[in-house]
Ligand binder design. Structure first.
Ligand code: NAI
Length: 328
């Protein structure tokens, strides 16, 4: 059989971590024939809780699970990592300013970027940043890892993408798999732009099928943008299971490809569509069966789309400006 791959997860005993580890170990991310070693990073104060999670992983007797590393040292947790899911982040506490939140996380992700640079498997590594502000955290981690190709870093907008698919399937009375060529542009934040203009449902234009621009503007876009808050309001807890599921989708598709279908990933921008070079920006991408992604080229954005694209682009630039002293 295949040799095990090393999957590092930070914030492993948090809400998302608890949803994620078991599904990765069961083979949902990399397939039922790919053995895995889980390498968990937590804060020193959460090591006991992590120990409990590791006990439960043992008790699942997952055939694919070949080892569990538990560490509070980034270099140890990232040693030889082929995959790194950076989930752990500093949550916003009461009264905390946005700028302070950005800086607290910038420090975490600069340390982790340096640790990845030293100890991960640079030739195979795929990094997914889930912890917020995810795009800017990915930027910081990548810039602190000078020996790793910045294209090996990404931030998660797949949850937003999946949320959009679910809304569109519901509105058109179709299955999520009937919806194609939908995408999220920009930041994983309330400025993200879920774009249906190129979308199809069973091969027919989504715009024409829905034929209700008011619904798109006043209902669909805000629903996707505000879905996280709506789930917290309903559940009293954040959307951890769906976030974990999206992280699994993102890594699986980045490894095995999307069969010609579009998905959304926040990736290193070379300036495509006017997204400033160096930003981690969500684009429509297609991943080939060797695990190489390409941004979908040649799309024409109308004025409505361009305005939204610019708003999310400007927000990312201002986030970058807020952490510039931590960018080597
Ligand atoms: P949580 O607070 O339940 O868990 C976070 C865990 O990270 C905690 O166990 C904490 O001890 C750990 N942690 C914090 N700093 C760490 C560090 N420096 N190294 C290692 N571990 C560290 O939070 P939850 O619900 O699991 O969410 C995690 C992050 O994911 C949050 O930032 C949240 O905003 C973000 N998120 C992102 C989504 C996306 O679509 N990109 C969707 C949902 C959540």
């Amino acid at each position: 059989g295949k040799a095990p791959v090393r999957v590092a997860i930070t914030g492993a005993s948090g809400q998302i971590g608890y949803q994620l580890l078991f599904r990765i170990a069961s083979g949902d991310m990399l397939g039922k024939d790919q053995p895995i070693i889980l390498q968990c990073l937590e804060l020193p104060g959460a090591m006991n809780s992590l120990k409990g999670v590791a006990m439960e992983l043992d008790d699942c007797a997952f055939p694919l699970l070949k080892g569990i590393v538990q560490s509070d040292k980034p270099e140890e947790a990232f040693a030889g990592a082929d995959y790194a899911l950076l989930v752990g982040a500093r949550p916003r506490s009461k009264g905390m300013e946005r700028g302070d939140l950005l800086k607290a996380n910038a420090e975490i992700f600069s340390v982790q970027g340096k640790a990845l640079d030293k100890s991960a498997n640079r030739d195979t590594l795929r990094v997914l940043v889930v912890g917020n502000p995810a795009n800017t955290n990915a930027l910081i981690a990548a810039r602190n890892a000078p020996n790793i190709d910045p294209k090996r870093f990404s931030a998660m907008t797949r949850l937003d993408h999946n949320r959009g698919l679910a809304q569109l399937a519901d509105k058109t009375g179709s299955a999520v798999t009937d919806i194609e060529k939908f995408c999220i542009w920009g930041n994983h934040s309330a400025t993200q732009y879920p774009d249906i203009n190129f979308g199809t449902v069973k091969g027919k234009s989504l715009v024409n099928t829905i034929n209700d621009q008011k619904w798109v503007k006043d209902n669909f876009i805000p629903t996707v943008q505000q879905r996280g808050a709506a789930i917290i309001a309903a559940r009293g807890l954040s959307s951890a299971a769906s976030a974990a599921s999206a992280a699994i989708d993102h890594m699986r598709d980045w490894t095995y490809g999307t069969n010609g279908q579009w998905t959304s990933m926040a990736i290193y921008s070379e300036g495509e569509y006017g997204a400033d070079k160096g930003l981690y920006f969500s684009f429509p991408v297609i991943v080939d069966n060797k695990g190489k992604y390409e941004i979908v080229k040649g799309l024409k954005l109308d004025q409505f789309s361009q305005e939204r694209f610019d708003a999310t682009r400007k927000e990312l630039l201002s986030e970058m400006d807020g952490v510039k002293e931590l960018l080597p």
